[in-house]
Design a protein around this ligand. Sequence first.
Ligand SMILES: Cc1ncc(COP(=O)(O)O)c(C=O)c1O
Length: 412
Amino acid sequence: MFPGEISRLKASKASVEGEAPSGFAGGGGDASPFKAKNLLRRLLVVEPGEGSGLVIDGKRAVNLSSNNYLGLSNHHRIKDASIRAIERYGAGAGASRLISGHTNIIKELEERIARFKSTEAALVFGSGYLANIGIIPSIVGDGDVIIADRLNHASIFEGCRISRARLLIYRHKDMTQLEEILNRYSSYKRKLVITDGLFSMDGDIAPLNDIVSLAKRYEAMVMVDDAHATGVLGKSGRGTMEHLGIKDGVDIQMGTLSKAIGCYGGFVAGDNALIDYLINRARSFIFTTGLPPAIAAAAIAAFDIIEEMPEIRERLWENRGYYFKAVTGLGLDTGMSESQIIPIMIGDEKRGLEFSERLLELGVFAPVIRPPTVPKGKTRIRTSIMATHTKEEIDTGVDALKRAGRELGIIS
Ligand SMILES: Cc1ncc(COP(=O)(O)O)c(C=O)c1O
């Protein structure tokens, strides 16, 4: 629970259910409380293996947990673009964007993103996280209201917290509750509805059509975080809006270059006025060094590939269909998934940990996702499919899930 910032609606119908993901419990430099609760996290050294595979502790594993959904991170055109940019610009931007870190290649990337997202302009941030914590407090503040889906990403909630606006949370995709809140807070001058486009831990898609029409009715702004949808959803990979046939009504389109784009960095796309405002206002844009030029060059190449080679995305959906059928055929609970993100719902943290460890022994990397990343009791193995997975890799993944699932009594 965020200190003091979440206003809980008390009335029964519109009451805010559950809590947004909060900070880590424990503290004082002692990690043992995490261990006792099966919540201890540790870093694994992961080296690239063959194809989409990995090498962990010297052992090869199929990677069932990458956000590099299209496999573009390793695409030769992207690597070449990046190497050429390093040779021209060097490794780092050397300064913040408003000093001397705004090179032609960054300008080109921003124009490329705007074209891809069909907006007037775009602005690149150091990461998606930095984008969210910069955009939200620039748009709303004390005296305003933010209405957010409960399963939005942590960086959105962090942006909300920093903004000091009143934060109201609606049950996941519950449009009745969203409307109740909008109605109740209609007297607020500035209202911002924020949702993930494609939910990062559940793989389901926001009802953005309904959100846009409700926001229009109640004169609220809409922001969508399309981190996991960009490059993936929609006929041309433009994201959730394209997927749902939405042409306008979303004021702020946020995204990241670190998932299907295969690079690093975040962005916002919108009209000129929004972008000009953020350049002058977003602290996580102003007070930090610009994106390395080589990353910008790589991302431009990635957008080109996404547009020129729809077959990569088609392959992703084909792989997703093949895997999803096999996994559901085993009787595993895939929650609400309707995309390349396919959680295997477990519930209990200890069982989740054991499941994930056993998968690794069986040559499959798919880490457990526990609170506070997901709500309590919703521990899962978050699996995700890539366009570059071979059928053999997917079969290895499914076989391991079957074996580990049976051993741990998750599959009867
Ligand atoms: C929905 C969502 N938004 C934002 C981010 C942050 O993006 P980045 O990894 O570029 O900081 C993530 C990352 O996991 C995400 O899942």
